[in-house]
Design a protein around this ligand. Sequence first.
Ligand code: NAD
Length: 356
Amino acid sequence: MPLQFTYEANPGRIVFAPGSVESVRDEIVRLGAGRALILCTPNQRDLAERVALLLGDLGAGIFDGAVMHVPVETIAACREQADAAAADCAVAIGGGSTTGLAKALTLETGLPIIAIPTTYAGSEMTPIWGITKDRRKVTGRHRAVLPRCVIYDPELLLSLPPAITGPSGLNAIAHAVEALYAPDINPITALMAEEAIRAMAQGLPRAVVAPEDIAARAATLYGAWLGGAVLGAVGMGLHHKICHTLGGMCDLPHAEMHAIMLPYVAAFNAGAAPHALARVATALGGSEAGDAARLLHALRRETCPMQSLAALGMARADIRPAAEAAAASSYPNPRAASADEIEQLIAAAYDGGEPQ
Ligand code: NAD
């Protein structure tokens, strides 16, 4: 236990229950708002229409144009619709792409957000926003983009296909693993991170083989909430730096890339952060730091269809430039990593074998 720490709780209200999407109208009233624009991706339009029915006269329409990486053109179209409808709040129902669009809208307009997550990405718990302009993603932190209320309804996850469920769950675990060796860790975030890994690892294999198992969906959504909370609270390390770089340079799918990369970075950091990695291992059912990477790899094999960056379509020629770009930027990590070492880590993930 450190002698000294700062803990800043992110504001917000959490409503967690199967069927809690039904409470969306009450939550808008509680906010003091009365004209909600509903945001979603094109393929979650049906769900948004269900929310519109629940909202009745408090609904101000549906914007169904959310896409990955929040392009400025999408933000402009969404803002135009929000202005035309005189919206006074946004309801974001969907994964990280939809929540990301709501955050970008709020950055421009100040509209309060109610988030209803349907994946394990965890964006709803972080003050981190991202916007893509001319194929370049810019990110920042601002507490104003934090949703005012998050409705976690595990029933909405029942439709999440196994191929998205596994990687999305490991993406949430990646937040928690890096939180455990963050330099700004505190006892509360550490508890949340360990619990995130335990809950996610307990529920994820079942959620993949039996997507409609509500207990598995509740355990994993609870883990995702805590994973998002620690992502928003402390600085992320080498794993997130590599994934951010690969995402930008190689346009690889977000959750899958995290799922594949994580065991190799855990192995790399185990010697430098033995206490943190031992906590990861314990939460996964192991006992010592050296178990963490092996258990993360086993969980990935059990739950994810894609097992290597090569399978995601990355070109081998991109490994070295990505390693150099990641090495050139600063990030907190328990062990310094040279461009050569990062190249080895990406190469290992490219092949997808056992972490060494
Ligand atoms: P996503 O939001 O793009 O969703 C992936 C696909 O799954 C979409 O087509 C979506 O419509 C569909 N989908 C979502 N929920 C579903 C459900 N329950 N049933 C059926 N289909 C469903 O993907 P994501 O992984 O949730 O989010 C990734 C994005 O979020 C990335 O751009 C990433 O950078 C961002 N992100 C941001 C933060 C942050 O703190 N700002 C944190 C994590 C992720």
